[in-house]
Design a protein around this ligand. Sequence first.
Ligand SMILES: *Cc1c(COP(=O)(O)O)cnc(C)c1O
Length: 458
Amino acid sequence: MELPFAESWKIKMVEPIRKSTRAEREQWIKEAYYNVFQLKADQVYIDLITDSGTGSMTDRQWSEMMLGDESYAGATSFFKMKDMVTKITGFEYVLPTHQGRAAENVVFSFLVKEGDRVPGNSHFDTTKGHIESRKAFAIDCTIDEAKDTQLEIPFKGNVDVAKLEKELIENGDKVPFIIVTVTNNTAGGQPVSMQNLKEVRELSKKYNKRVIFDSARFAENAYFIKTREEGYANKTIKEICLEMFSYADGMTMSAKKDAIVNMGGFFATHVEEWYEQAKIKGIIYEGYVTYGGMNGRDMNALAVGLDENTEFENLETRIKQVEYLARLLDEYGIPYQRPAGGHAIFVDAPKVLTHVPKEEFPAQTLTVELYLEAGIRGCEIGYLLADRDPVTRQNRFNGLDLLRLAIPRRVYTDNHMAVVAAALKNVYDRRETITRGVEIAWEAPIMRHFTVKLNRLK
Ligand SMILES: *Cc1c(COP(=O)(O)O)cnc(C)c1O
């Protein structure tokens, strides 16, 4: 008999979690203004709000933390981190930052100015925030297929090169660089193919532009290239990563994702002149250039995390758990962005809550319902997160409206996934009775989803 698949690790330390009653949750979510970001973590049973900084580190990472060098300048920890980043990406210049958006802030501070246009594939919310807060524009050139959640194609995160070329022809003088997000978080954790990265590279050369990868989940992207793209089955993840980054000039990284640390990030590049400018901004915003807001111990853990999470077995364990949750949803008929993404399942909320009008935010409504059902905290990646159009100030209802169930790395078991699927099924079974959603009572001018206050409509 063939042995079943199992995790490539065993568990050394555990953290108790607690269930709650429906009455408690009704009270708590009301006090949180129906915004799950305002809940206290101990009011949550299974927390799928994000896979960012929520992973479990390995014993090797923890042991490296004891060896952290907390020197202000030139710490051994910086060189451990820098050498590992260079080994995996090929980029020789590495600037630590305290997390991914900090790297965006540092880099965009000298690259993006008012009126600029930054084309890419579904910019992540902080990326969009850092562009729009500089009165520049994030131009979405994702393939149209990404909007059809039921369409099953292997590389749904791809850039539409025709859209990109059109932008470069029409507005090339306003484009400071092209940004490619791997994997494409906003489109559902969907990967970008090596072929597509190559095509973007060719266009960038033709129009004399540079390319930055928003790289939070580059290792998961490499896993999909290995398992789905012709010609890569026999390459190692590390070989694939090196090839991916050979098509970019620089990268911003949220190490809280694929480096599996609780905090950290960096900017890396082969462009010396970018590094020189980034250092100046980094010192102002983050800290001296050999720590950039990170502790020495965290840089050590990051180095090991990057090394370990660019090994196939670790990625396979993770992505198979996401696929397991997807299989259960298939069994119950619950529609989600297909195929399952690398780090999360994105439930297609308007297809579930068909009676809730878009003006009442179906995905946010579903997020609240799932919390009330079983204390499970997902996160809206939809019309609230899309913010208002910076010019017209209208809500943007043209994209997807998804409930994201992000799976922390090495944290929950498949039994927890079964609970999540069953809770979602219970909500799904009573979907016809859910006819009203939520309305905004207060919102911030940008990135409103973190702090928005909502009323639940009855
Ligand atoms: C998380 C993330 C960021 C921002 O990183 P933080 O560490 O949360 O600041 C940027 N881009 C993508 C694609 C992300 O997933």
